[in-house]
Design a protein around this ligand. Structure first.
Ligand code: PRP
Ligand code: HPA
Length: 181
């Protein structure tokens, strides 16, 4: 398909898949599940910038267990609608040896991003890496061996944006998930 240049045109060609209330309900459910899984352990909460910014902030406010914050910046879409190789812009700074890492991202799509970051965390000595995503796209292009431990909502195989996710670096602060029709 031909994607338009502007967010205004994109919105005309899109519909809302999940609104803010639906996403907040999913976030509260994930937070309760994470609290149960941590059993009081203080985990490292590793946010993948930029897409996870909004989800990670909302989720952190719902998690009752104390967590330590760090972030990575790795990108392979760079404002495009298809991914290429992963570019690391910021590596984690915290010592993660022997610790549980909550690896928090907005979307699990083909899975290359989270697979690479999980491997990086394990190479740094993390004892376990729990993958936490707001949404997972359902298709058969997923790289083998990667799935979310905690996921908010499943998505059809359409380009999505909003709630942190970008359309050509636009629309990240829309309070819902939109998809092209
Ligand atoms: O499962 P994958 O196919 O690897 O795609 C998922 C990744 O793509 C997006 O990041 P992007 O590279 O667009 O960077 P951004 O977070 O700055 O938008 C998203 O935030 C995930 O990190
Ligand atoms: O559908 C998507 N939208 C926004 N960012 C993404 N990163 C991977 N897939 C997507």
């Amino acid at each position: 398909m031909t994607y338009p240049a502007t967010l205004a045109e994109a919105l005309i060609q899109s519909d809302v898949l999940f609104d803010r209330d639906q996403l907040n309900q999913a976030i509260c459910r994930i937070a309760a599940d994470i609290d149960a899984a941590l059993e009081g352990e203080r985990a490292l909460y590793l946010t993948v910038m930029h897409g996870a910014l909004i989800f990670a902030g909302e989720l952190a406010l719902e998690i009752k267990t104390d967590i330590e914050f760090d972030y990575v910046h790795a990108t392979r879409y760079r404002g495009a609608t298809t991914g290429s190789e992963l570019h690391w812009l910021r590596e984690p700074q915290c010592d993660m040896k022997g610790r549980t890492v909550l690896l928090v991202d907005d979307i699990l799509d083909e899975g290359h991003t989270l697979k690479a970051i999980r491997e990086n965390c394990l190479a740094r000595g993390a004892s376990r890496v729990l993958i936490v995503t707001l949404c997972t796209k359902i298709h058969d292009r997923r790289t083998p061996g990667i799935q979310a431990d905690f996921n908010g909502v499943d998505l059809p195989d359409r380009y999505v944006y909003g709630f942190g996710m970008d359309y050509k670096e636009q629309g990240r602060n829309l309070p819902a998930i939109y998809a092209f029709k």
